[in-house]
Each structure stands twice: as C-alpha cells, then as structure tokens.
Design a protein around this ligand. Structure first.
Ligand SMILES: Nc1ncnc2c1ncn2[C@@H]1O[C@H](COP(=O)(O)OP(=O)(O)O)[C@@H](O)[C@H]1O
Ligand SMILES: [Mg+2]
Length: 264
C-alpha cells in the first residue's frame, strides 16, 4: 500500500518581484490519500499543479517538506527497484539497442546471464517487441520507444509502476493501442500503478480511481471511483458521463489557474 500523509512541498521561486520576501512557492498542500496494492490510480489536474512532483516523491526522487510518503508502512527515503518509473520522453540509452536498453537494469542489479536473458525475453514478449531486439532507439517510432520504456520498467518486476504522462507525446491511434496493451499487462500482473495524465478519457479508460487535484498549490479536490467493467467501452453512456464530469472539474481548475497566473 502507498500512503500519502499530509504531504506538502515548496520549491524556490525563479523570479522575485521587488516587494516579495518569500523565496518559496507552495506546490503541494496537505495531500492525503492511499493507494491499495494492485490498484490502478490516475492523477489528473491542471498543468503545473504538482502531479509530477507527487509522483517523483513516491519514486523517492524528491523529499517532502511536510508529511510523509509510506510504501508498505516504510517511509520512502530514496529510489528503489520496487518502484519503477516511465516518463513521457522515453529516456532510453541511445547507444544501446532495444534488448540492451531493457536488460540494463537487471545487469546493474548483478543478475546472472541466464536470469537476465530469461526476464528480458519475457518483457520483450509482453510488450510485443519481438523482432526488434537489435534495433536502436533512433530507428523506432514514439510508440515503439514507449514499449521499450515500459518493458524496461516491468523487467525489474516492480511492485509499483509510476507513469508520468507516458502516452502524452503519441498520436491518438498509438495512444489508444498502448492504453489497451497497458491494461492487459496490468490485468496479468497487477502492478500497483500511479499514472499522471491530463487526458480524462485515458484516466477513465484505465483507472480504478482518479485523484483530481486543484490548481497550484495542489490539494485533493476529489477522488473518483470508476466502477465500469474492463475492457471499457468508451461509447457507453456511463463512460461518457464520467469523462465529462472530470473534464468539467478540470476546466474549473484550469480557469482558476489562468486567473492566478494573470495576477502574477
Ligand atoms: N525542481 C523544481 N524546482 C523548482 N520548481 C519546480 C521544480 N519542479 C517543478 N517545479 C515547478 O513546480 C510546479 C509543479 O510542477 P509539476 O509537478 O511538474 O506539475 P504537473 O506535473 O502537475 O504539470 C510547476 O510550477 C513547476 O514549474
Ligand atoms: Mg507533469
């Protein structure tokens, strides 16, 4: 279980107005919620509200200024291979082929060749990259690169999969294909999954629950359960109603954020 308890976070301001004395601005304001083992939870909210910051805290890449993040009752103190992250911009090693990109983490962990080969084959099969093992990242489409990034995360057999707008840079056809693949993968392996997205359709299609954040500083505005059977039908009226409801919540927050920015 992931427990986020009263988490607050500040960053240093880049620019200070003449009359300003506070050198920090608040990004997260008293965030509290839990994510159950095997649950698929999405974070949605206006751009810049602090979603990635919270995800990076769960990954152990950033400390909290107040409150704490617990994984299975233990305070997160740094990154660990129980929590793997997938980013929007793939971050693959350009000098390594697909196979080497996927197996790099296992090798760093010191696993023997037989185990590395077996797990790498398994991950390649799961994301449909057979036949592309020797190809280099620059030869791949965005969708294929993201398959490599997902395979590289799941090959480590993490308990928790953290995804930061993983499909944000893809065209809508590829995005839908990868969403379908991701949910099939999750149904097989039940990784506890946190997905940052700004796409309401994606959030409703994938998630058990959706955490809706307010504009900056982020607070939890609402937590919405999606009780629709999978695979989900995007044309079903309940799907459309839920998507529109979240879209409306987001629009109000985005408007508020714009107003704040205009006042700065
Ligand atoms: N390392 C950092 N130092 C200073 N400001 C940051 C840093 N990371 C993010 N920010 C700022 O914090 C706010 C929240 O960022 P982020 O969590 O990336 O938002 P989101 O993912 O919701 O779009 C933004 O204003 C962003 O510019
Ligand atoms: Mg972000």
């Amino acid at each position: 279980m992931i427990a986020i308890q009263n988490v607050t976070k500040y960053f240093k301001k880049n620019h200070l107005r003449k009359d300003e004395t506070d050198t920090r601005f608040q990004v997260l304001d008293n965030i509290t919620f839990t994510i159950q083992d095997g649950e698929f939870v999405s974070f949605i909210g206006p751009s810049g509200c602090g979603k990635s910051t919270l995800l990076r805290m769960i990954a152990g890449l950033l400390p909290a200024d107040g409150g704490r993040v617990l994984v299975d009752g233990q305070k997160v103190k740094g990154p660990g291979s129980d929590r793997m992250m997938v980013f929007q911009d793939y971050v693959l090693f350009p000098w390594m082929n697909v196979r080497k990109n996927i197996s790099a983490g296992l090798k760093i962990r010191g696993e023997n060749k037989e185990s590395v080969d077996k797990k790498t084959d398994w991950a390649i099969g799961l994301v449909g990259l057979e036949g592309f093992e020797q190809v280099y990242p620059h030869q791949l489409s965005g969708g294929m690169k993201q398959r490599v990034a997902i395979a590289r995360a799941i090959v480590m057999n993490p308990d928790i999969l953290l995804m930061d707008e993983p499909f944000g840079a893809l065209d809508s056809f590829t995005r839908i294909n990868l969403q379908e693949e991701l949910i099939r993968l999750w149904e097989k392996n039940h990784y506890t999954t946190c997905l940052v997205t700004h796409d309401c359709d994606e959030a409703v299609y994938l998630s058990d629950r959706i955490v809706v954040f307010t504009s900056s500083p982020a607070r939890v505005q609402d937590i919405i359960s999606v009780d629709l059977p999978r695979p989900r039908d995007r044309n079903r009226s309940e799907f459309i109603d839920l998507r529109n409801h979240i879209l409306q919540l987001g629009r109000i927050q985005a408007e508020q954020q714009e107003r704040q920015e205009r006042c700065l």
